[in-house]
Design a protein around this ligand. Structure first.
Ligand SMILES: [Zn+2]
Length: 567
């Protein structure tokens, strides 16, 4: 039995593991890479059609986003996941496919003008749709026989609705090995979701380490902060506009708003109106409603027992059509508007910003991480004017930011999770974390806790019968240009560059952890990063320009670099 690391080794996205056992070929997660790329993923060692099964930990695109591509390339096997993961994937993979199609269409319109060759979308909605038919829904804490010699068990890991760690039991030549794949390990005390269930028995553990080097600190009082922001804004006649991620974060907000109403905490009136203006968020909310019983904590279950839906309340309106969306701004009554995308770089939120940013009485409230280069980031960094639909809009509204509620365990949470395993785990593979973080966490497991732990590289493979490395991984860091080429889809991995999907599923945690170590979080540095992005776009654009113009820019840039390199 053999385990190969294909992705998310020393990175936080693109989770993919390949298992060979009992004559079967199995993938555990098959995610899309998002954000910055540091190491190239290893290619799937066999044709997609030769893969028998996929075991999927949860629906986030960086764990599931390549499944439609696998289908497109010939995979027609079974995908084992919880029912909630299946239903969330049904909407999230379709959304991802839409973005792939739009992305390709946009590139092809550009190609038409420049004469560049046409590109094909990574996959299309038809592939996403067919992929969702391959799911085998599983219950938590139930042994599921996959085939002779292979059984799996899904354990609630409290990260997202339906999320699971997966324990794979393999019996080969009379020897049984249990391999526990953590998936993304949930943060403690999140609204609605249960805390992670702990696993005690395994021979091997493959675990994430996203926040393996830091603590989230004390949990902020979100209800009190929201109450204050809503009371102030609504009483001065403004709207509270919230750019939000459609799956997870939006449902948390609904949970808090219900509580605000129930406890009459908004002083300007408990009857405030909330408009949910994002078709994806509305669909995701429906999935949450359907699967609530299986995945929520005691507190939420007691609400349900009392006949209260934790994410529904009087005054909640959903906007499905574009007309519904437009009507929100025609009505002058002060209100709360939740819309996507979470980083303001696409979608209906841009219309709401256009109607509210110039109004001093309104508030734009950010509830998630904002990547460099996005409109959301510009606003958080204090931009006085922004461009929307070709118009310059003055920013008079109050810009507020709530500290994010992380869906990931911090260092303490990760140590608690691994601490529940029996002492004779043969090997802990630490993945899904920046290289320094994964290495540091593995070193701590070795030095302080006496575990046999390492941080593998992509391409590394291990014989699990004897805990021996068979193939070394690829330790070469990608150059900036190579990483960009992959991000543009020139490389073998083919990436999604549209920010919308990346930001809908997970804030770029890699960026925050990297920034923490190497870059001061100053507005000036943000401006510098934005300037670099604009420069990169300009250089891309100038591919079609005359050589004279290209040389002139190159000479100017060399001059600048020389000037600023002087000590
Ligand atoms: Zn996740």
């Amino acid at each position: 039995m053999k385990l190969t690391f294909l992705g998310a080794a020393r990175e936080v996205t693109g989770s993919r593991y390949y298992l060979e056992a009992c004559g079967k070929r199995i993938l555990v997660d098959y995610g899309m890479e998002q954000g910055q790329n540091y190491y190239e993923n290893a290619a799937l060692p066999v044709a997609a059609s030769a893969v028998d099964y996929v075991f999927l930990t949860h629906a986030h695109i960086d764990h599931s986003g390549w499944l439609p591509l696998l289908y497109k390339q010939g995979f027609h096997g079974q995908i084992f996941a919880t029912s909630a993961t299946h239903d969330l994937c049904s909407i999230m993979l379709m959304d991802s496919a839409h973005i792939q199609e739009m992305d390709a269409e946009w590139k092809n319109r550009k190609a038409l003008r420049s004469g560049a060759p046409n590109v094909e979308p990574l996959y299309e909605t038809v592939h996403a749709d067919e992929t969702t038919k391959l799911f085998v829904p599983c219950d938590y804490d139930t042994d599921v026989r996959v085939c002779d010699g292979i059984t799996i068990r899904l354990v609630d890991v409290g990260h997202l609705l339906g999320s699971a760690s997966i324990v794979v039991s393999i019996t080969e030549d009379g020897q049984t090995q249990k391999i526990a794949f953590s998936g993304d390990i949930g943060n403690l005390h999140q609204p609605m979701l249960r805390d992670p269930d702990y696993i005690t028995q395994a021979d091997y553990v493959v675990m994430e380490s996203t926040y393996g080097n830091r603590s989230h600190g004390p949990t902020p009082d979100y209800v009190a902060e929201l109450a204050q922001i809503l009371s102030e804004t609504l009483s001065r006649g403004g709207n509270v506009v919230i750019p939000s991620f459609a799956v997870g974060r939006t449902q948390e907000l609904l949970y808090f708003f219900r509580k605000l109403k129930e406890e009459k905490l908004v002083t300007s009136g408990a009857d405030f109106q909330v408009y949910l203006d994002s078709p994806l968020a509305i669909e995701a909310t429906n999935v949450f409603n359907e699967h609530m019983i299986c995945c929520v904590d005691e507190e939420t279950l007691s609400l349900i027992d009392r006949g209260i839906n934790p994410i529904q309340f009087d005054g909640l309106h959903v906007s499905v059509t574009a007309e519904d969306s437009k009507a929100i701004n025609e009505d002058p009554t002060p209100k709360v508007i939740i819309s996507a995308s979470g980083m303001c770089d696409a979608g209906r939120i841009r219309h709401h910003l256009k109607h509210n940013l110039w109004r001093a009485e309104s508030t734009v409230l950010f509830v998630g991480y904002q990547s460099q280069g996005t409109l959301g980031r510009q606003l958080v960094d204090g931009a006085k004017e922004v461009k929307l639909f070709g118009e310059n809009i003055t920013v008079n509204a109050t810009i507020r930011k709530l500290a994010g509620i992380s869906g990931h365990a911090d260092r303490e949470g990760l140590l608690t999770w691994i601490g529940h395993f029996n002492a004779n785990v043969r090997h802990v593979f630490v993945t899904h974390g920046e290289t320094e973080v994964a290495e540091g966490f593995a070193a701590h497991l070795r030095d302080a806790l006496g575990r046999n732990a390492t941080a593998p590289y992509n391409g590394e493979s291990w014989d699990l019968a004897i805990d021996k490395m068979l193939t070394e991984g690829n330790k070469v860091l990608l150059t900036h240009a190579e990483a960009n080429a992959i991000a543009r889809g020139d490389g073998d991995t083919g990436q999604l560059h549209a920010q919308a999907s990346a930001s809908e599923t997970k804030p770029a945690a890699w960026l925050s952890s990297r920034k923490q170590k190497k870059q001061p979080d100053s507005a000036a540095y943000g401006q510098l990063q934005d300037a670099l992005q604009r420069l990169t776009a300009l250089v891309d654009h100038m591919q079609a320009s005359s050589s004279k113009k290209q040389s002139k820019l190159a000479a100017t840039l060399f001059g600048l670099v020389k000037k600023f390199s002087k000590r």
